[in-house]
Design a protein around this ligand. Structure first.
Ligand code: 5GP
Length: 188
């Protein structure tokens, strides 16, 4: 799919992978499934900042159950398009999770390093359960053996932006997910 020709941000995109409508339909489906799974368990839904913000906002509104929301922030990328392999811890949860059902919400999983680091750190706090829900799963990049229980879409092996995902801080506000034209970052 081509990006809309009258869009300023769209001019930097080579392709739309998942349209706003594709995403909306999928998120409602995932929310219903998650609500069934967590009904009566009052889960703590944990968004991994910054990229999760549109996804978690749409997802929790599609879950018609009692739940709480919190956020964590780690960084493994800096401003580039390839993982540095270094995970930096920036913001912790605001509450203990002992005995809680924790659902980690990620925008995209690539190597799996971020999630492995996070789940290992959170397991030491003795939650009742930890599961992972990701909008996009880029399996070609995986180096870690992690379980992603709920995923929206399989993502091709390309650097994608939009619906929360950035390049150097930009493009998070695109309503769809697309492939950034390599000319934008070539030589950087
Ligand atoms: P991982 O630790 O699994 O390699 O990477 C997870 C994080 O890397 C994601 O939360 C996201 O911030 C970033 N990331 C991985 N692939 C992409 C991509 O294609 N585009 C963007 N914008 N970020 C990505």
């Amino acid at each position: 799919m081509n990006p809309p020709s009258d869009s300023a941000l769209g001019a930097s995109m080579s392709e739309v992978l998942f349209s706003a409508q594709d995403i909306a339909t999928k998120v409602v489906e995932m929310g219903a499934e998650l609500a069934d799974h967590y009904r009566g368990k009052r889960p703590l839904v944990v968004g991994i900042l910054n990229g999760c913000f549109p996804f978690i906002a749409d997802l929790v509104r599609a879950m018609d159950i009692e739940l709480e929301v919190d956020f964590m922030s780690v960084s493994s990328y800096g401003a580039g398009t390839k993982s540095t392999g270094v995970v930096r811890f920036i913001k912790d949860l605001n509450q203990p999770i002992q005995g809680r059902h924790v659902l980690l919400v990620e925008d995209i999983i690539d190597t799996g390093l971020t999630l492995r680091y996070l789940t290992e750190a959170l397991q030491t706090r003795k939650p009742e359960s930890i599961e992972v829900c990701a909008l996009l799963d880029k399996q070609a990049g995986r180096t870690q053996n992690i379980e992603v229980r709920w995923r929206g879409f399989m993502c091709p092996d390309a650097f994608v932006v939009g619906y929360g995902l950035d390049y150097a801080g930009i493009y998070r506000n695109l309503p769809y997910v697309g492939v950034l034209d390599p000319s934008v970052y070539r030589g950087k």
